[in-house]
Design a protein around this ligand. Structure first.
Ligand code: NAD
Length: 257
């Protein structure tokens, strides 16, 4: 794996998959730029701990991925950007005829349009460096659908489509663009869906996990953030130089069904 010394910018990386990906990239020797919209002391502390644990440069930059100018500023402030991980994402669950329009707009902005802005800003930096990797964290919902997640499904299908278009635009350059499509991973985003689902189906927590969530995932196990991070390290490595425009599912067989 050859990410040593590269700089990775990971959007939405103060928790969950983004943090797992940042940690695995740092473990493999990459310098990392962490991001979220929060700017808490804790965010800077997480970056300092990564720097200390893996002996790489690690810093935190605040930027709100719902705002195009802040997405572009994140890349500018990062300086180098050899590896771009578009990971920031939110979720809202509601029937489409009751879906709040502001939630729809926020999901499209954070989950999809942010990747447009960061990619547009990062490509000239990658071209100047003569090497680049763009990795979009899409979802099994970028390839399939679930009811009541229309905005999320639309945004993730959009990310998968954009991944292919960018891969074709950069196909003859030393730059690749791929999407990782996770199934269920037990992160704060998924935890937040559990109480409503328990109420809706009058079930306990374990029953929701078993019969509503993991029923969809043939392995009947959550993927881990470390496994997602390892997948990103592989796609960023030279071993994956000819892999571009593809979606790599890490979903315990969900999309094989
Ligand atoms: P999470 O809630 O732990 O992480 C989401 C991250 O996005 C956080 O770091 C949060 O601070 C950040 N974020 C949210 N709004 C932001 C904004 N406006 N600006 C900047 N950062 C913002 O959830 P997660 O599960 O780790 O999700 C990470 C990505 O993985 C998302 O794109 C999600 O859609 C995708 N995903 C998750 C699962 C899963 O089962 N957990 C499955 C498929 C895809």
């Amino acid at each position: 794996m050859t990410v040593k010394g590269k700089t990775a910018v990971i959007t939405g990386s103060n928790s969950g998959i983004g943090l797992g990906v940042a940690r695995e990239l740092a473990k493999a020797g990459a310098h990392v730029v962490l991001n979220s919209f929060t700017d808490r002391d804790e965010d800077h502390k997480i970056a300092a701990e990564i720097a200390n644990e893996f002996s790489v440069d690690a810093r935190y930059i605040k930027a709100d991925m719902s705002k195009g100018d802040e997405c572009r500023a994140l890349i500018e402030k990062s300086g180098a950007c050899d590896i771009l991980i578009n990971n920031a994402g939110i979720q809202h669950v509601a029937p489409i005829d009751e879906f709040p329009a502001e939630k729809w707009d926020a999901i499209i902005a954070i989950n999809m349009s942010s990747a447009f802005h960061t990619t547009a800003a990062a490509l000239p930096v990658m071209r100047a460096a003569g090497w680049g990797r763009i990795i979009n964290i899409a979802s099994a919902h970028g390839l399939t659908a679930s009811p009541f997640k229309s905005a999320y499904v639309a945004a993730k299908h959009g990310v998968v489509g954009m991944t292919k278009a960018v891969a074709l635009e950069t196909a003859q350059e030393p730059i690749t663009c791929n999407a990782i499509c996770p199934g269920y991973v037990l992160t704060p985003l998924v935890e937040a869906q559990i109480p409503d689902t328990m109420e809706k189906y009058n079930m306990g927590r374990e029953e929701v996990i078993k019969t509503v969530m993991l029923e969809r995932q043939p392995s009947r196990e959550f993927a881990t953030v470390e496994q997602l991070g390892g997948t990103a390290v592989f796609l960023a490595s030279d071993a994956a130089a000819q892999i571009t425009g593809t979606t790599l599912s890490v979903d315990g067989g969900w999309t094989a069904l």
